[in-house]
Design a protein around this ligand. Structure first.
Ligand code: FMN
Length: 386
């Protein structure tokens, strides 16, 4: 099968993934919070970023590799951390970590992944970034830091845009629980998605293994809420200072949209800022992340490394974010649509889609190098309909 003809875009992968993943897991992956207006806002704001092509550029064959925070990456895009990846497709963490190592792009492993850092770290090689939901308990926090460092993760990502749960109504309607409660509906979903079910059987039921390793073993298997409670503290600025002292490698703070907060983070010794609204999953009335990106860039100046995510679904979107001030662009759902649709062939195909779309669009706009892309941007004031 020619994947490029059958699944030319992320939307094709999403459609296929939806058919192969049980409803309760797909809804967890795909949904936003509330009426999902911020998900739509992310999309609309990316679509509104336009470029004016330069003509007669000759042959355009751009080099897409970048140096970011002292490391060489083959592309300026990577895999954002997703909790419970292995629920959406059994073995997803392994597939994505291996792809990252092979393709030389970063893999963000979540605190609430279904596998342990000791297993996934070596697979990601030097491409692993570990995402931390900061536990309040000092002993647990320091032990996690020690374990992830020993597992080979050198870059730490502290997520700060989940101060509490978000209602995520679609997720609730789909009755997602972990471990899944055996209801007639769940049985039906399992029976009608045999490949997902057989693979889950082979690899073991998805569990939050890292949080679970700190639960009192005399107690019965945790519920999702219990494991989440153990692992997720409510970090404040003081906690950030403590973490900065405890982690001597690169520290990125994820989930920042406020320019003043970004400046304060830099002053506190944070190495990079990750502009994100969690893909529209946390706070519906917030702005599109792409709209805030240039404001954060302006606030922190040209030298602070900026990562961007939220709504990116093509190589063109990657270029849009780079043009508006990002140094690196991450995608969350798209990689999981890819593994849900195509299993271990998914990541390489998505990598191809994104890369080809970047190169071909750079040719359209006459950009020989990634650095040429911002110069093709249509000035924002010319973009707004007057
Ligand atoms: C199903 C799902 C689970 C997520 N879990 C985490 C997580 O555990 N930690 C985290 O920092 N971000 C998490 N995120 C947010 C992603 O890292 C990323 O910010 C977001 O997916 C970007 O938007 P996109 O999906 O439109 O690319 C999650 C996102 C999704 C869709």
């Amino acid at each position: 099968m020619d994947l490029d003809l059958t699944y030319p875009a992320v939307s094709d992968l999403r459609r296929k993934a939806r058919a192969r993943i049980p409803h309760f897991a797909f809804e967890y992956l795909d949904s936003g919070t509330g009426r999902e207006l911020q998900v739509a806002r992310n999309r609309d704001a990316l679509d509104a970023v336009m470029f004016l092509p330069d003509i007669l550029p000759g042959k355009v064959a751009p080099d897409l590799s970048v140096r970011f925070m002292g490391r060489d990456y083959a592309r300026p895009f990577g895999i954002a951390p997703l909790g419970m990846s292995g629920l959406m497709w059994p073995g997803a963490e392994r597939m994505l970590a291996r792809h990252a190592a092979e393709a030389r792009i970063p893999y963000g492993m979540s605190t609430v992944a279904t596998r342990l850092p000791e297993e996934i770290g070596p697979m990601a090689g030097d491409m692993g970034w570990f995402q931390l939901y900061c536990p309040a308990d000092t002993g647990i926090r320091q032990d996690i830091l020690r374990r992830v460092r020993a597992a080979g993760f050198e870059t730490l990502v502290l997520t700060v845009d989940v101060p509490d749960d978000s209602r995520r109504e679609r997720q609730r309607r789909a009755k997602l629980t972990l471990p899944p409660k055996i209801t007639p509906r769940v049985v039906w979903e399992v029976l009608t998605h045999p490949e997902w079910s057989l693979r889950t059987l082979a690899i073991g039921s998805p569990r939050l293994r890292l949080p679970e390793s700190y639960l009192d073993s005399s107690k019965a298997m945790s519920s999702l809420a219990h494991a989440g409670h153990v692992i997720r503290g409510t970090p404040d600025w003081e906690m950030l200072d403590t973490l900065r002292r405890e982690w001597d490698g690169p520290l990125i703070v994820k989930g920042v949209m406020c320019p003043n907060a970004a400046k304060r983070l830099v002053a506190a010794g944070v190495d990079a800022i990750w502009v994100s609204n969690h893909g529209g999953r946390q706070f519906e009335p917030g702005p599109a992340a792409i709209t805030e990106l240039p404001k954060v860039r302006e606030a922190v100046g040209p030298d602070v490394p900026l990562v961007f995510d939220s709504g990116v679904s093509s190589g063109m979107d990657v270029l849009r974010a780079l043009a508006l001030g990002a140094d690196f662009v991450m995608l969350g759902r798209a990689w999981h649509y890819a593994v849900g649709a195509l299993g271990d062939k998914g990541p390489a195909h998505l990598h191809h889609i994104l890369s080809d779309d970047m190169v071909l669009n750079m040719a359209q706009m006459g950009a020989h190098r990634l650095d040429d892309v911002p110069g093709r941007l249509v000035a924002p004031r010319l973009q707004s309909p007057v």
